[in-house]
Ligand binder design. Structure first.
Ligand code: PBG
Length: 328
């Protein structure tokens, strides 16, 4: 066979044709937008390291929720920022905590939105770790009890799905058990399965005031040298009852997204984290590269690697790019 017969450029010749033969399709319905809800009134504070992203008090939530609805986005991930933090993260599982109140408000005012909640203690503990401490160690099993308790308080307030991000061992199983015992057997769990200890969370920690007061998260979040270990995390989360798996961050971990797609049949979410957003914002602000083009190319790369859904601070911009026929 003569390779001369093959002309791969033939299918690249016209815009309409290129769109016809695209291998990766995106839709607005696969986008999830993260929202920081802060306890208090009249809060609408831009996050310094994330230009264009804000912390909202409940009364200001319509500012963002109306924009999401107009963009066609129907899924959100909520993060709570309480006024008071303590050693055991009490506000994470208090019936009237900021996250529980926000869920009730959104369910009442925006019933068309699908609410996923991040379940973790880090935004609620005075020391900023994702569990409770024994000395300077994060103590796995007692932390899991509080994480399951937080998850239960979220669904009691009306959350549609929970997403544990703490990386304690056995937390998915513990949440499943508590849900099943409490009549919430139909509430799905999205597990942050391969969640790496990453510098890309820096801007989020500024936003949530959740940087650890000492040490780091390397004893529970994964070491970025490891790929097979990510699959082990995924496998265990499935055995414990996870309904959806997540890889986080996204861009520096496309290999993991691809591995998860190949190895598991579960729906797969990728989280393009705060630092990925900030990096593009900074490059665009310096006029080094074009923001829209970077958003388009990076979002497509995550779906091309195998993600079914994408949690991203750029959800509105991506929805516009899809609507304008630039990607998807
Ligand atoms: C933990 C949590 C973090 C993020 C999501 N859930 C921070 C962390 O693990 O330190 C980071 C998300 C982002 O950077 O956008 N509560």
């Amino acid at each position: 066979m003569k390779t001369k017969e093959f002309r791969l450029r033939r299918l690249r010749g016209r815009d309409g044709l290129r769109k016809l033969v695209r291998e990766t399709r995106l839709s607005v319905s696969s986008l999830i937008f993260p929202i920081f809800v802060e306890e208090g009134d009249n809060i609408y504070n831009e996050i310094k390291a994330m230009p264009g992203q804000f912390r909202y008090s409940i009364d200001n939530l319509p500012r963002i929720l109306d924009r999401l609805i107009a963009a066609g986005i129907r899924s959100i991930m909520l993060f709570g920022i309480p006024k008071e933090k303590d050693e055991v993260g009490s506000q994470a599982y208090s019936e009237n905590g900021i996250i529980q109140e926000a869920i009730r408000y959104i369910k009442r005012e925006y019933p068309e939105l699908y609410i996923i909640t991040d379940v973790c203690l880090s935004e609620y503990t005075s020391h900023g770790h994702c569990g409770i401490l024994k000395g300077e160690e994060v103590d796995n099993d007692p932390s899991v009890d509080l994480i399951a308790k937080s998850a239960l308080s979220h669904v009691k307030a009306g959350a549609d799905m929970v997403a544990p991000s703490d990386m304690m061992d056995h937390r998915v199983g513990a949440i499943r058990e508590v849900f099943d015992k409490s009549g919430f057997e139909n509430i799905p769990i999205m597990a942050y399965s391969a969640k790496y200890s990453s510098s890309f969370y820096g801007p989020f920690r500024e936003a949530a005031g959740s940087a650890p007061a000492f040490g780091n998260r390397k004893t529970y979040q994964m070491d970025y040298h490891n790929r097979r270990e990510g699959l082990q995390e995924g496998k265990l989360d499935i055995l414990e009852g996870a309904d959806i798996l997540m890889v986080k961050p996204a861009l520096a971990y496309l290999d993991l997204i691809s591995d998860f797609r190949r190895e598991f049949d579960h729906p797969l979410c990728a989280y393009s984290v705060s630092g990925e957003y900030s990096m593009i914002k900074a490059a665009a602000a310096a006029n080094y590269m074009n923001e829209k083009e970077l958003i388009a190319e990076t979002a497509v790369s995550i779906f091309r690697a195998g993600a079914d859904m994408l949690l991203t601070y750029y959800a509105i911009e991506i929805a516009e790019l899809i609507k304008d026929g630039i990607i998807g």
